[in-house]
Design a protein around this ligand. Sequence first.
Ligand SMILES: Nc1ncnc2c1ncn2[C@@H]1O[C@H](COP(=O)(O)OP(=O)(O)OP(=O)(O)O)[C@@H](O)[C@H]1O
Length: 303
Amino acid sequence: MTGPDAPAALRATGLGFRYRARGGWALRDCGFTVPSGRITALVGRNGAGKSTLLHLAGGLLRAGTGELRVLDAVPGTPEARARVALLTQDKPLYPRFTVADTLRMGEKLNSVWDRAAAERTVREGGIPLTARVGELSPGQRTRVALALALGKRPELLLLDEPMADLDPVARGEIMATLMTEAAERGTSIVLSSHVLPELEQTCDWVLVLRDGRVELSEDADTVRESHTLVTGHADQADALAGPHTVVQRRASGRQVTALVRQRGPLRGDWHVLRPRLEDVLIGYLQAGDTVRPADAERTEAAA
Ligand SMILES: Nc1ncnc2c1ncn2[C@@H]1O[C@H](COP(=O)(O)OP(=O)(O)OP(=O)(O)O)[C@@H](O)[C@H]1O
């Protein structure tokens, strides 16, 4: 179901998780909503918490604090398992099975099964149904694992770096398959990836994690439109941290370049560029020197 009454694909409140009772937090105080029917780019640097979030959503881990819901269901319950498919990075498949055996297993394990969709995904990669899984390349195994996930006809498809070991042609094909899934069936897709240019064309929602916290969960067009890349004389840099949020700032001599979440007109003499989604995401990933309005106010108060 899509539309305004559709349940959110993912909804988190105060979500936290740590792998060991006294270990660090892999996710901390995460609150966000990803609407259904979207293709979501889950982005963050290594160790940001992307796999942890997907494993929680897929029911492989249980939330430590707070709450996570998938399509309004508790992850890991029979209701959620029937509607959600998760493709993990390790893609667990039986190496002794042939591809045909693997798809037959998918058919047996799932109450809904679309054999044609599963076989098409495999065939598009030129993988014979008689091939043994253990003798496939990592990219070919990815395709078989994806065929299992798609055959299940999930309402929510969670993909942890699905493109990592695919060749460029296969990446394009898989992206096209995912876009068709979303457009024709309203499937919600959340995919983690480090390949930002590929996300630009495909994704219409972005979820950015940094150090286990949510930095951004927003419509991709809104993200593009609300950010600007500005360049100008460093003297006027302080004027940026007024109503705006300086996501990232880089100085070079007397010039400063900043990615700004703009709220209202800019004061000062700035050369302004509209960034690509990729530029905005990189800005958030690099944002060690973030200056927010609140930070600026604290700095001013302390001065
Ligand atoms: N099995 C585990 N045991 C203990 N700590 C873990 C485990 N898996 C992940 N972590 C820790 O949890 C944090 C989040 O890791 P996670 O794998 O979710 O990040 P990620 O964003 O998926 O990273 P990457 O881009 O490298 O795949 C990291 O600090 C990591 O060291």
